[in-house]
Ligand binder design. Structure first.
Ligand code: PMP
Length: 305
């Protein structure tokens, strides 16, 4: 169960957690008409900071735009709303969940006549991809969303029906997570993570055209890698690269940087966290946990007492 906090931001005001309810006949319940974000706040000693808040809220606005969902707040106002709710609840480290959806109004498929509701909650949440020695994952029998069906660049609630199929199948078959291929059979991503492979010192990841979410952790790791002088290659990747690579890891707000031990029961390298992954993993955590100075200005300060 979710660990609750005191307040949830709703359309401009902070309301008690227990009062953040919707009607069962809300449009979103029937047709999945929501967009959302997942953001982490980390602590740096006595301080706390939200990781890449602006980029997350810009993606939130972008997701809403794709679905013709008006958000009557500016980027600055949405960022401030996140800061306000984290401040009010006084919980860090934490996970932050902004969500906008079509509420109670019409029950036809067309969402345009149902009101848009925006909520922002935050709560404590730990490690997401289990397996301290690395995660054992599989290739999913499900494909990721085909480009002209559901837009992958929108972080929309309904996309996660596909993610749920991938994740359930993986867990029921004894894996931690599934990696989905795109509709053409190229590597895409996990149910909630972007995928990186390393071969001969180069870092490979699928481009946006392979039905991946434009992950903010993905962009951060690419930036760190480039600054380390690691060559980054964004290209369509065949499935068998999973079995030929030296190292592999997932990135995501929930997953952070999580190393993969095996795919389809085939060990990746010797199964341990390889040197390139370790370098990127350690740098990522040093930046968010304050071990290194915030040279990219990725952290927005929040007050936690
Ligand atoms: N792909 C999917 C499908 C996701 O749900 C997520 C998590 N938001 C990611 C990738 C990683 O994105 P980010 O690093 O922005 O959290």
């Amino acid at each position: 169960p979710i660990q609750t906090t005191d307040k949830i931001w709703h359309n401009g005001t902070l309301i008690p957690w227990a009062d953040a309810n919707i009607h069962v006949m809300s449009h979103v319940v029937h047709y999945g008409s929501s967009v959302f974000e997942g953001i982490r706040a980390y602590t740096q000693g006595e301080k706390a900071g939200i990781f890449r808040l602006r980029e997350h809220m810009q993606r939130f606005i972008d997701s809403a735009r794709i679905y013709r969902m008006p958000l009557p707040y500016s980027l600055d106002e949405l960022c401030q709303a996140v800061v306000d709710v984290v401040d009010a609840n006084n919980v860090a480290p934490c996970y932050i969940r902004p969500v906008a959806f079509r509420g109670y109004g019409e029950i036809g498929v067309n969402p345009l006549k149902s009101p848009v509701e925006i909520y922002i909650a935050n709560f404590p949440w730990g490690k997401y991809v289990q397996g301290n020695q690395g995660a054992d994952v599989c290739v999913s029998s499900w494909n990721r969303l085909a480009p002209n069906t559901m837009p992958s660049l929108a972080k929309a609630g309904a996309n996660y029906m596909n993610s749920q199929l991938i994740r359930m199948e993986a867990e029921i078959n004894g894996y931690v997570e599934g990696i989905a291929l795109d509709r053409n059979g190229y590597l895409s991503e996990g149910s909630g993570e972007n995928l990186f492979l390393i071969r001969e010192g180069k870092l490979f990841t699928s481009p946006l055209a392979n039905s991946v979410l434009n992950g903010i952790t993905r962009a951060s790791v690419i930036q760190i890698a480039k600054d380390f002088g690691i060559e980054v290659v964004e290209q369509a990747l065949p499935r068998e690269m999973l079995y030929l690579c030296d190292e592999a890891f997932f990135t995501g707000t929930a997953a952070e940087v999580s190393h993969l031990r095996s795919v389809d029961r085939i060990l990746i390298g010797d199964g341990s966290m390889g040197p390139v992954t370790k370098k990127l993993h350690d740098e990522f955590f040093a930046l968010v946990n304050g071990g290194k100075s915030d040279r990219y200005n990725w952290l927005t300060p929040v007050n936690v007492r």
